[in-house]
Design a binder for this molecule. Structure first.
Ligand SMILES: Nc1ncnc2c1ncn2[C@@H]1O[C@H](COP(=O)(O)OP(=O)(O)OP(=O)(O)O)[C@@H](O)[C@H]1O
Ligand SMILES: [Mg+2]
Length: 222
């Protein structure tokens, strides 16, 4: 079980001559084995924070710690065995020229695993038929693509999972289904989850603590 600490993190972007501070001295703890919620208006910096957590970008100041060690000091390959993200854009996250089988196989090769009954059972749990394995992303609905992205992340068996607005583009029924699956998986694995959303009702329903980003400031709501 793994906790993450965001310590005095600041991040800004420059557009033309104007500097915009997106994250202003932010502090947050993502508690081990819990689902932590992060809400905030569009453009408030939620995905920016997730990119910093994924080491896709660096903070201007401050640091992020993973089990007390600054993530900048961790071996990147090892770090990516521990932490995974499901990105906001389900379509952009899938290679359009790959079948879904290839999408999953890429992960299994990395994990040195072979496709087996355990993976098929997880596919079924996600309400995905095995027929989808031989189709391309363009042949799938948004909800199916997002379930595939989530499943790919779960096949990595990370100790920490970042879900960046994974249900925002889905209808209510699909949202409910995906969230109950996520809750079941979290209950079984005790995975540490950062659940990013702008839907306060969903976040309230599933998260044990909630943070809000507003005007660069990160504050704890619950
Ligand atoms: N690479 C970049 N260069 C310049 N500005 C950026 C860059 N990435 C993000 N921004 C700006 O930073 C701010 C925060 O963006 P971010 O994507 O983190 O918001 P968000 O809270 O995830 O929004 P949404 O809810 O719409 O996904 C926005 O004003 C955005 O325009
Ligand atoms: Mg975002």
């Amino acid at each position: 079980m793994t906790s993450i600490e965001i310590c005095n993190v600041t991040k800004s972007y420059t557009a033309g001559k104007i500097e915009k501070i997106v994250l202003d001295n932010c502090n947050m703890v993502i508690q081990s084995g819990e689902i932590t919620g992060l809400i905030g208006r569009s453009g408030s910096g939620k995905s920016t924070l997730s990119r910093l957590l994924m080491r896709l970008e660096k903070p201007a100041s401050g640091m992020i710690k993973f089990d007390q060690t600054p993530i900048s000091q961790l071996d990147k390959k090892q770090y990516y065995n521990e932490i995974h993200i499901v990105f906001q854009n389900a379509t952009a996250s899938l290679n359009p020229s790959w079948t879904i089988r290839k999408v999953f196989e890429e992960v299994l090769i990395m994990k040195k695993e072979k496709w087996g009954s355990h993976h098929l059972a997880m596919l079924k749990k996600m309400n995905l038929s095995s027929n989808i394995l031989d189709v391309y992303p363009s042949q799938l609905s948004g909800g199916e693509k997002q379930r595939i992205n989530l499943l790919r992340a779960l096949f990595m068996n990370p100790s920490v999972l970042i879900c960046d607005e994974i249900v925002s583009n889905l209808d209510r029924i699909n949202q409910k289904e995906l969230i109950s699956l996520l809750l079941e998986i979290q209950k079984n694995t005790k995975m540490t989850i950062l659940f990013i959303s702008h839907d306060i009702d969903i976040v309230k329903a599933i998260c044990s603590s909630i943070f809000e980003l507003d005007e660069g400031k990160l504050k704890r709501l619950i």
